[in-house]
Design a protein around this ligand. Sequence first.
Ligand SMILES: C[S@@+](CC[C@H](N)C(=O)[O-])C[C@H]1O[C@@H](n2cnc3c(N)ncnc32)[C@H](O)[C@@H]1O
Length: 222
Amino acid sequence: MPLFAAVLSNNWVLTNKTGQNLGATMFHNIPEAILTRMAALETIDQRDRQDGTPHMQRLRQIPAETGKFLALLAAMAPHGRLIEIGTSAGYSTMWLSLALRPITTFEVLPGKVEVATTTFAQTGLAGQVTLVAGDARAHLPHLTDIALCFVDAEKDVYADCYEAVVPNLVHGGLFVADNAISHAEALRPFLDHAQEDGRVDALVVPIGKGILLCRKRLTIND
Ligand SMILES: C[S@@+](CC[C@H](N)C(=O)[O-])C[C@H]1O[C@@H](n2cnc3c(N)ncnc32)[C@H](O)[C@@H]1O
């Protein structure tokens, strides 16, 4: 059965070709075009890791289990924007897209922007995903009402992103950062700061390369 994503009552929903609402997709009926593109990018990512492709050219994608965790978080996040810092080829964005909510994703390298543009065109996600070319840090101060922010970028930008995003998270909003275990040493001051920060409740979750998960407190007395 052909499936389509559409905007209904401010939410993205899956419809058939007559517009009938088929409900959220999540993991049970991922569109074929997304599965095909995910598989192709997984193959490239695996090859990159073995053939000496330079670090900055590699896709450096999250594992699929992290993708599933992100999709669930995106579906559970409160009302507000979903943003991603570090698009690469759009693999993690495709997982986030399963929550059927609009997403803004930032990518600084022009070559990766080109590949991600192809990903979103091929998968029918160009209407749901806004891809912004450039350093996310230049845009973050203007983004309010953030429900979920996923950071998967160079490790030296995590702290800047955190400080720009946390004040603009809605209450109950989520700040999620990858590589909290794989790059624990490089990220240590940032990880310690987040876990001691009274504005959020935070925990490192041992999924994939380790996810730092922070939830903005409803009030300072929660
Ligand atoms: C680990 S890869 C992201 C992988 C992607 N999240 C996935 O799983 O499919 C990191 C990406 O972040 C991008 N990046 C690094 N610093 C950035 C910044 N300040 N703003 C936007 N993108 C950035 C890099 O160019 C790179 O493509």
